[in-house]
Design a protein around this ligand. Structure first.
Ligand code: ARG
Length: 456
């Protein structure tokens, strides 16, 4: 490729360190699409004759069929997907293949291919996250009034509903999707035609290639076009955030599946057994989702560090942009699919959740609120009175709503029997009707909206 200038070939280690074909072969579809758009533009602008452009296009179509059927041949001597394809084109159509690389460089070529690839990756992730949202909404609807303990500090805090808890993840995933959508909109400018770094003297039409490849417009600065990978980082940052959310849900399933909790039975399909302990049902899929979040974040960090010290424009360090994006995308796809499958098929033990919600004095806040509302006691004092009631219930080994009225009256004479109507867990959740609160009516209303958002 640069034989005109060099007398000797590369050392074998040079060949190896230089080659990206082992991983960038994943860009082949985008590379062919970019080349076809480029050559059509070259012909339209009379930079390449129509006949030659047609031969090139036909050759590219044939190569695409070959790659589809047999995969991309990995030849380290040919370095990368761009050279592998160009050299195959020369084998197929002869020297006219060399006209394809007029008015472009591998620098704008790879920037274009990679943007196209990340754009497709975002579309895949979006579809996966939408499926996860649908699963969350369906299960939330089934359990819109199933009471469970709500936690802070992983201590039983106030009763909530399982539907509300699941819908919390719906909201997280909704924001994850909007981050990917933002990233997609921002990346959708076409670098093709920026050439090596300075643009080109040929009378190209960059709007034409941009439109042909589904970009909103061409990029506006040739140096920026070939030298930034912020679109890949946007993807990785969105992927990191999404994987953190998935990891937290996975962590909850792991805790909930543990015997002392017993809130869920994980499906066989997403669990493994132990080779020595026959009773075990290990939450491996959830644990791997939790683990993958660390690796995805590592991919993001890797590309941040690759990019942070590079002067404009292209440097070969940037070839290292692709493995972390590919890796993160594969891990994220698996994580989304695994969590979706688990959400769809996990068995929720709502009887157990209810029993624990009832046993943890989780309605103590409701008692304090009642004292404020009905006896006009300042909240801080009501908190103190309630603390004594909790201590009495704990000593008697009963839930708050089973403390005798005499005991409550001994603690504070202003308490009367109307208080019992707020001390059950059902009354507690039903009362939390504030916007976004856990009251089943609120949760159902949000579920209805969510279904509209999802178009289902
Ligand atoms: N394989 C290279 C990459 O992925 C393509 C661009 C090479 N450009 C160059 N000037 N060496 O970054």
């Amino acid at each position: 490729m640069w034989g005109g200038r060099f007398a000797a070939g590369p050392a074998s280690v040079m060949r190896e360190i230089n080659a990206s074909i082992p991983f960038d072969k994943r860009l082949w579809k985008q590379d062919i699409a970019g080349s076809k758009a480029h050559v059509a533009m070259l012909a339209a602008r009379n930079i390449v004759e129509g006949e030659d452009a047609q031969a090139i296009t036909e050759g590219l179509n044939r190569i695409a069929a070959e790659y589809e059927a047999d995969g991309v041949p990995v030849d380290l001597d040919l370095e990368d997907i761009h050279m592998v394809t160009e050299s195959r084109l020369a084998e197929l159509i002869g020297p006219v293949a060399g006209r394809l690389h007029t008015a472009r460089s591998r620098n704008d070529q790879v920037a274009t291919d990679f943007r196209l690839w990340v754009r497709d990756a975002i579309d895949e992730v979006e579809a996966g996250l939408a499926a996860l949202q649908r699963a969350l909404v369906a299960r939330a609807d089934d359990h819109a009034d199933a009471v469970m303990p709500g936690f802070t500090h992983l201590q039983s805090a106030q009763p909530v509903t399982l539907g509300h808890h699941l819908m919390a993840y719906y909201e997280m995933v909704r924001r994850d999707r909007s981050r990917f959508a933002d990233a997609r909109a921002r990346l959708n400018e076409c670098p093709l035609g920026a050439a090596a770094l300075a643009g080109t003297g040929f009378p190209t039409d960059r709007h034409m290639t941009a439109a042909a490849l589904g970009f909103a417009k061409p990029t506006d600065n040739s140096l920026d076009s070939v030298s930034d990978r912020d679109f890949a980082l946007d993807y990785l940052m969105a992927a990191t955030q999404a994987s953190l959310h998935l990891s937290r849900l996975a962590e909850e399933f792991i805790i909930w599946a543990s015997q002392p909790f017993g809130f869920v039975k994980l499906p066989d399909a997403y669990s493994t057994g132990s080779s020595i302990m026959p009773q075990k049902r290990n939450p491996d899929a959830a644990e791997l989702v939790r683990g993958h979040a660390g690796r995805i974040m590592g991919c993001m960090t890797a590309l941040c560090v690759t990019m942070k010290g590079l002067p404009l424009a292209y440097s070969k360090d940037m070839q290292d942009d692709k493995p972390p994006v590919f890796e993160a995308h594969d891990l994220l796809g698996l994580s989304i699919a695994a969590m979706t499958g688990m959400v769809e098929t996990v068995t929720f033990r709502t009887d157990r959740m209810r029993a624990l919600a009832e046993s943890g004095f989780a309605t103590a806040t409701d008692l304090a609120d009642w004292l404020v509302r009905e006896a006009n006691i300042p909240f801080r004092e009501a908190h103190h009175i309630t603390g004594r009631a909790v201590a009495a219930a704990e000593a008697a080994g009963v839930p708050l709503d089973q403390l005798p009225l005499d005991t409550l009256k001994d603690i504070d004479a202003r308490i009367d029997d109307r208080v019992y109507s707020v001390l059950t867990v059902d009354a507690s959740v039903a009362s939390r009707k504030s916007h976004g609160g856990t009251a089943p009516d609120q949760v159902r209303a949000r579920i209805a909206q969510a279904r509209e958002e999802l178009g289902s």
